[in-house]
Every structure is written in C-alpha cells, then in structure tokens.
Write a protein that binds this ligand. Structure first.
Ligand SMILES: *Cc1c(COP(=O)(O)O)cnc(C)c1O
Length: 389
C-alpha cells in the first residue's frame, strides 16, 4: 500500500490477514490448535494467552481500525469492559463513570466493585464539567460512552480526555454504538477504546465478542490480568469475526444513511412526539457530534405520541423485529420502558428521560422505503384500534 493510512474499507478487508503459504488461499487460514511446540520462554503459544495466530492477526486489524498500537480480543464485550476496569483499578481506587451507561456495565459496577474495594461515582449528566466535579484524590479512571443508550446523548470526547490528562487519569470509552467506522476516540486523546464486537463488528447477530484497543503499554497491563481472568475468544469465532469485519465499513455506512433518512422521516411524522438522533440538527449536541463523528451511526430513538400503544406498535411491525440486541444487518426495535429499563422505578425512568412511548431503533441495511412502509402501516394499525375503541 502506497500511503500511510489505508482507508477504512481497505483496513476492514486486509489489515492483519494471515497468508496461506501452504495452498495460497485467498483468506486467512484458521488455526484451531490449543497446543503448540515450545518456542522460547517469552513466546508460549496458548489461546488463553491471547497469542494464537488468528488472535494476533485480528488484534492487528482492531488496532488499525481504532488508530491504536495494540489490541486484545475477548470472549464478550463485558469481558473486555471488566478486565480493563480491574487492570487499572486497585483496592481503594476511585473511578468516575458517565451517568448513563450500557446496562451490563452499570450492573458490573454496582454489583461487583464493592467486593474489590473499588469506589465509584456517576456523573450528574454527560457534560465535561460534571466529570471534573466527581474527581477525587484517589480517582484513577474516567469512563464514558458516546453516543449513549437509549437517548443517544453525546459526550465531548476531547474535553473529557483533556480533563483526564490534566489529572493524570486513564480515560476509557465504550465506542460500541459508533463503531470504528464513525468514531476513533484515540484521535481525540482517549487512552483506551472498548467495543462489544457482538454489535457492529460482528454485524450479523451471531457472534459474541469484545475488544480493547490502546497503546502497547496499556494493552500489556490489561493482558497481565486477562491471561489470569481467562476471557479470551475461541479461534473459530476469532476467524468468523475477521470475516464479518471485512464488510463492516460497507454495512455501517449503509446503516448511517438509512438511520439519517428514517430519523428525518420520523421527525416529520405527526404520530411521533420526538426523535433522538445525533445526525439531526434538532439534536442538542449535533455540533459536538459533527466534530467527533464521521457518520452518525445506525442507532436512533423516538417517542410515539401519548396514548399510542407501544406494545401494539411493535406487534404490528412486519419487517422490523423486536430484539434486545442491536447493530445487526436486520432492523430491530425495543421499548426500553418494557424491557431494558423495566426494572427501574417509574420515577427513576422519568429522571433518566425514558418515557413509556420511547422506542430504541437499530436501523439495518434493508431498503429505506421498505422500513418506512413498515412503520407507516404499523402506526396506521395502532390508530385504527384507538378509533375503534
Ligand atoms: C452489548 C454492549 C456491551 C456488552 O457487550 P457483550 O458483547 O454483550 O458482552 C457493552 N457496551 C455496549 C454499548 C453494548 O451495546
């Protein structure tokens, strides 16, 4: 390759591929061995040491995707999140966390940190000042997630990274919702980038995986813990993930385009009360999103007008499926109040801005006309029943 930084689709397709020296096949061979001959004391090859040929090759692609020096591949997004936290937080340390985080991450913090003797504070909101406010003498890590789930709030990555640097803290981001196609936080000064590869990297709702990308030094710190915690991914799934990422640029760009079109359609619709999408001019942090994102992603949320039946709306959709997960090539939808946030009290949901009519929409790669038609007919059915009553 002639220039220094190959474009996203070139990285997705080629970076880190293994050469098939034996048969000259076009794709990376898959090495499933869990047992390798001893090379030297430094290199003892074993899947739990994150150093099999397929793991090392895919880690190179991950590092290139996020403009980092090195990466590790994990068995799930949560294995990547938990191992990264514990690698940098010891007994008596404190971490500042963004107020709205992926549910699994909040659960990890609230249910497990006390037994490790780790202190934590959640911010009041997602503005940089509110991160600064929570920093204490023993703070070691700042953790953010942008765009956030389910209201697609935008955190100013550069501002938070600068606050972390000023205070000598390690900054971490969950970059899952954006994907590396749309957002590269290391370029804005973030130290550690985490992905649930189950989402846009896998992209077909059939792989559970995670990854962490950072400097050689930080990755080595995480590795020292990871080899003991044992959260590595099977080489077969590593190989499948490499295959999936080849089309990630194409998929995510198609999803960006569809989501923007759908957001605009919903914003104009008389049955929709509100649309949350960082690509809309009406988003309160659209300008910040524009400064740090190359595309605005495939995730959006919207509220049905009051009195419209959310469960019925979901049932009447024919093409768009109900699903707890997200980021597949197929469009999926869920009602946070009835599913992901159902265990919160009504008051707590209200405080977080999650209304009963809210729908979280993971936009797929189907033709936008078909998605619009599906929503139109479901809204029509919901209104028909209201009238009949
Ligand atoms: C799904 C998800 C995770 C957790 O990943 P798993 O692969 O399910 O362990 C973490 N963060 C975000 C934003 C997610 O969407």
């Amino acid at each position: 390759m002639a220039h220094k930084h190959p474009g996203i689709n070139t990285v997705c397709t080629h970076t880190g591929e293994l050469k098939d020296e034996q048969f000259k096949g076009a794709v990376s061979p898959l090495y499933m061995s869990t047992s390798y001959a001893f090379e030297d004391v430094e290199v003892k090859r074993y899947p739990r040491y994150f150093n099999t040929p397929n793991q090392v090759a895919l880690a190179q692609k991950m590092a290139a995707l996020e403009h980092g020096e090195a990466a590790l591949i994990f068995g799930s997004g949560m294995a990547a999140v938990s191992t990264s936290f514990i690698a940098f937080l010891h007994k008596g340390d404190h971490v500042v966390l963004q107020n709205t985080l992926y549910g699994g991450t909040s659960n990890l913090v609230v249910e497990e940190f006390e037994k490790f003797g780790i202190e934590y504070s959640f911010t009041k909101d997602f503005h940089p000042e509110s991160f600064k406010e929570q920093i204490k003498k023993n703070t070691k890590v700042i953790y953010i997630e942008t765009p956030s789930n389910p209201l697609l709030t935008i955190t100013d990555i550069k501002a938070v990274a600068e606050i972390a640097k000023e205070h000598g803290l390690v900054s971490m981001i969950d970059n899952t919702f954006a994907s590396p196609v749309n957002q590269n936080p290391i370029d804005f000064g973030i130290d550690i980038v985490i992905h649930s590869a189950t989402k846009y990297m896998g992209g077909h709702s059939d792989i559970l995986a995670g990854t962490v990308i950072s400097s050689e030094e930080h990755i080595n710190t995480i590795f020292q813990l990871a080899k003991n915690f044992g959260g590595s991914l099977s080489d077969y799934t590593v190989w499948l993930l490499e295959r999936s990422i080849k089309t990630m640029g194409l998929r995510v760009k198609a999803q960006n385009k569809n989501a923007k079109k759908l957001a605009k359609f919903l914003e104009k619709h008389s049955d929709i009360a509100k649309v949350y999408y960082p690509g809309l001019k009406s988003h309160p942090d659209h300008e910040i999103a524009k400064s740090q994102m190359k595309g605005f992603g495939g995730m959006l949320s919207f509220e049905l007008k009051e009195g419209m039946d959310v469960s019925l709306f979901q049932k009447k959709l024919k093409l768009i499926k109900s699903s707890m997960s997200l980021a597949g090539v197929e469009s999926t939808i869920l009602s946070p109040a009835l599913t992901s946030h159902a265990l919160l009290s009504e008051e707590n949901r209200k405080k977080q801005g999650i209304k009963d009519g809210l729908m979280r929409f993971s936009v797929g790669i189907e033709e936008k006309e078909d998605l619009i038609a599906d929503i139109e007919q479901a809204l029509f059915e919901v209104k028909k029943i209201v009238v009949e009553l």
